[in-house]
Design a protein around this ligand. Structure first.
Ligand SMILES: NC(=O)c1ccc[n+]([C@@H]2O[C@H](COP(=O)([O-])OP(=O)(O)OC[C@H]3O[C@@H](n4cnc5c(N)ncnc54)[C@H](OP(=O)(O)O)[C@@H]3O)[C@@H](O)[C@H]2O)c1
Length: 320
C-alpha cells in the first residue's frame, strides 16, 4: 500500500539535525517521531525544541525500538560510518550527511553494506540542490550546454583546529572539499581525464586540477588552505557566463555585457540552502519506492566523487 506519511528518526542532535528538522517539519507528509544524540540529554533537548515525541539514549536503542520509516543520520563526522552501516543493515530508508568517512576505503565499506541492503539511501551533498546553481544550469542549457566549469574553493583552515579533531582537519578535502569537488562532477558529468597538482603541507596546502569530461566540457579546480575567500563556481556556455560567488549569490553575464541576477528560491532563503529540495527529492524517492538518481547522490555516485578527491589529493594516480 502506498505510504501517505513518512516517520523520521534522527540520529545526531546537533546543528545539522536542527537545520534538517526545520525543513522536514514544514512538509505535509512527514512526521518527526524519534531522535537521539550521543547523550540522552542532547536528544531530549532537540526533541523538545522540534516536538519530537521519542528521545532515545543512543542510536542502538533508537534502531531497536523506534518504529520509523526513515533514519536521518547526522552524527559527528568520525561516528558517521559506523552509524550509517547499522542503519543501512535495517533496510529502511537512510539519509546520510556528508562526509561518508574520510577516505575512499571508509566510504567503500559503507557502500558495500548498502549494496547488500534494499535501503533507499541518499548522501546529503546539498550544493547539488542549490536553486540558483540549478537555475544557472538551465540557463546554460538554453545557450547550448555547460562547456566550461571553474570551481574555486579556498579553505582558510588555521582556526579549524579549535573545533575539529586533528584527523578531520588533516582530511579536510574529504570532510568539506567534497562539496565543491562533487560540483565538478554534478555540473560537468563523468570525468575522462584529470591532471592534478598539490603543493605544501598541513595548513599551507594548495591544490589545482584540470579536468576533461566525457561529455566534451573542461573544468578547473583550485583550493588554497592558507588564505581567506569564498567559494566560487563559474559556468560557461555559448555567449553566457554564470558567476556564482559565494555559492548563495549568482548572476548571469551575457555577451555584450548585460548582467542579470539569478536569485535563490524562497525556500533556500528561508532554510539552509539546498536542504528543502534535497529533502523533497529524497522523500519523493521513498514514497515512490525508487532508488536515488541524479540530482541525488547515492553511495556508488559518492564513491566516484571520493575517487576524484583521491586524485586531486595525490593519493591515486592521475587519469590520463
Ligand atoms: N551539508 C552541510 O553543509 C554540512 C554543514 C555542516 C556539517 N555537516 C555534517 O553534518 C554532520 C553533523 O554536523 P553538526 O555540525 O550537526 O555537528 P554537531 O553540532 O557537533 O552535532 C553532532 C551531533 O551528533 C551527535 N552524535 C555524535 N556521535 C553520535 C552517535 N554515535 N550516535 C548518535 N549521535 C551522535 C552529538 O551528540 P551530543 O550532542 O550528545 O554530543 C551531536 O548531537 C557532520 O557529518 C558534518 O560533516 C554538513
Amino acid at each position: 500500500m502506498a505510504r501517505t506519511v513518512l516517520t523520521i528518526g534522527f540520529i545526531g542532535a546537533g546543528r545539522m539535525a536542527r537545520a534538517h528538522a526545520a525543513v522536514l517539519r514544514t512538509m505535509p507528509n512527514v512526521m518527526l517521531k524519534a531522535c537521539c544524540g550521543r547523550r540522552l540529554k542532547s536528544g531530549q533537548a532537540f526533541g523538545k525544541e522540534f516536538g519530537i515525541p521519542e528521545a532515545y539514549a543512543n542510536y542502538e536503542e533508537l534502531l531497536a525500538r523506534a518504529k520509523v520509516d526513515v533514519y536521518w543520520v547526522t552524527p559527528s563526522v568520525l561516528e558517521l560510518p559506523t552509524v550509517a552501516k547499522a542503519c543501512l543493515r535495517t533496510c529502511k530508508a537512510v539519509f546520510l550527511e556528508k562526509p561518508v568517512g574520510l577516505s575512499l576505503e571508509e566510504a567503500q565499506e559503507v557502500a558495500d553494506v548498502a549494496a547488500q541492503s534494499s535501503s533507499i539511501h541518499m548522501v546529503g551533498l546539498n550544493r547539488r540542490f542549490y536553486s540558483n546553481i540549478n537555475a544557472a544550469v538551465r540557463l546554460a542549457e538554453k545557450h547550448g550546454r555547460v562547456r566550461g566549469i571553474e570551481v574555486h574553493a579556498p579553505e582558510d583552515i588555521t582556526d579549524l583546529h579549535d573545533h575539529h579533531p586533528p584527523r578531520v582537519v588533516d582530511r579536510w578535502i574529504y570532510m568539506n572539499g567534497v562539496h565543491c569537488i562533487d560540483l565538478l562532477r554534478y555540473l560537468g558529468g563523468e570525468v575522462a581525464t584529470v591532471t592534478a597538482a598539490q603543493v605544501g603541507k598541513e595548513n599551507s596546502r594548495g591544490y589545482a586540477a584540470m579536468l576533461k569530461f566525457t561529455g566534451g566540457g573542461v573544468g578547473q579546480y583550485t583550493s588554497h588552505w592558507y588564505a581567506p575567500g569564498r567559494w566560487r563556481v563559474a559556468l560557461y556556455a555559448d555567449g553566457l557566463c554564470c558567476l556564482i560567488q559565494p555559492l548563495e549569490s549568482a548572476k548571469a553575464i551575457y555577451r555584450g555585457g548585460r548582467e542579470e541576477p539569478i536569485p535563490l528560491s524562497e525556500e533556500d532563503q528561508r532554510f539552509k540552502p539546498g536542504f528543502y529540495d534535497q529533502a523533497r527529492y529524497f522523500l519523493e524517492c521513498i514514497m515512490a519506492g525508487k532508488a536515488v538518481a541524479h540530482p541525488g547522490c547515492d553511495l556508488p555516485d559518492y564513491l566516484k566523487t571520493v575517487g576524484l578527491i583521491d586524485i586531486i589529493n595525490g593519493e591515486k594516480p592521475q587519469i590520463n
